[in-house]
Design a protein around this ligand. Structure first.
Ligand code: HEC
Ligand code: HEC
Length: 207
């Protein structure tokens, strides 16, 4: 009884196996990402390049976690992240484009590392980030690939993004809860702390 059933099922199993392995769920292609990244680098590849209204520097993508980049880009495609330029940039990207672009940016190098900076401009934020460390790491390098590194990010961008989680411009249930009680002064101190750490960098625009 068992044997004929197995004989009968085997071709299906083989076919299923082919279907599963024959269409390897879109591997990411960093080289293709590099070509696509040309438009992105017009903003993200220029050190200190600014967003106009409100005025803050565009985020550094070098050293950022690949899985997080994918999530962020998906956020601009939907209504989780509100930013006219990035919404427009994201709208035309396919799922494959997002994977390839993220692989390209993440492939530009690991986040830089250094001693924890706790003095100077980082001093006031040092105590205030204790609660954030569980997910963003003691010095802003996150332990999970889908959580963003904050170390070395521009201070004004960090302030802007934290405020967006407060006012609903960014809808992330985890982060909205984390920042709800922060005052403007807290946000400033926390952003200064992370900005002072070694970590993210601007990917060079080479064309
Ligand atoms: C006109 C300038 C401009 C262009 C072109 C542009 N971006 Fe952006 N990008 C920004 C700004 C400004 C932000 C911050 C938006 C916000 O406040 O949420 C941003 C945010 C991002 C983020 C989120 C970073 C983070 O830390 O959460 C990613 C990822 C990103 N851009 C990738 C891209 C990619 C990929 C492209 C090309 C397809 C691109 N950007 C093109 C200006 C630009
Ligand atoms: C439970 C985990 C967790 C904790 C705790 C946490 N975060 Fe986050 N954080 C996240 C996740 C997940 C995201 C990505 C959300 C998204 O997709 O927009 C994020 C995103 C951010 C961003 C945006 C980064 C970027 O590149 O745009 C900032 C800034 C930030 N967190 C700051 C903080 C601060 C400040 C605290 C402490 C007050 C904190 N986080 C606590 C998980 C956490």
């Amino acid at each position: 009884m068992l044997k004929p059933l197995r004989l009968f099922l085997t071709p299906f199993a083989v076919l299923l196996g082919l279907l599963l392995t024959g269409t390897p769920a879109m591997a990411q292609d960093a080289e293709r990402g590099a070509v696509l990244a040309d438009t992105c680098l017009g903003c993200h590849g220029i050190k200190g390049y600014r967003n106009a209204y409100p005025n803050y520097r565009v985020p550094k993508l070098g050293g950022q976690n690949e899985d997080y980049l994918v999530l962020a880009l998906q956020g601009y495609q939907g209504d989780a992240r509100d930013h006219p330029t990035m919404n427009a940039q994201g709208a035309s990207l396919t799922a494959q484009d997002i994977k390839d672009l993220s692989a390209y940016f993440a492939g530009q190098g690991e986040a830089r590392t250094g001693e924890l900076v706790a003095g100077g401009r980082a001093a006031k934020g040092k105590e205030k980030v204790a609660v954030c460390s569980a997910c963003h790491g003691e010095a802003g390098i996150s332990p999970a690939p889908n959580w963003p590194n904050l170390a070395g990010q521009h201070k004004d961008y960090l302030m802007h993004s934290i405020k967006q989680y407060q006012d609903g411009g960014r809808k992330d249930p985890v982060m909205m809860g984390q920042v709800i009680n922060l005052t403007d002064q807290d946000i400033k101190d926390i952003a200064a702390f992370y900005a002072e750490q070694a970590g993210l960098f601007t990917v060079a625009y080479s064309n």
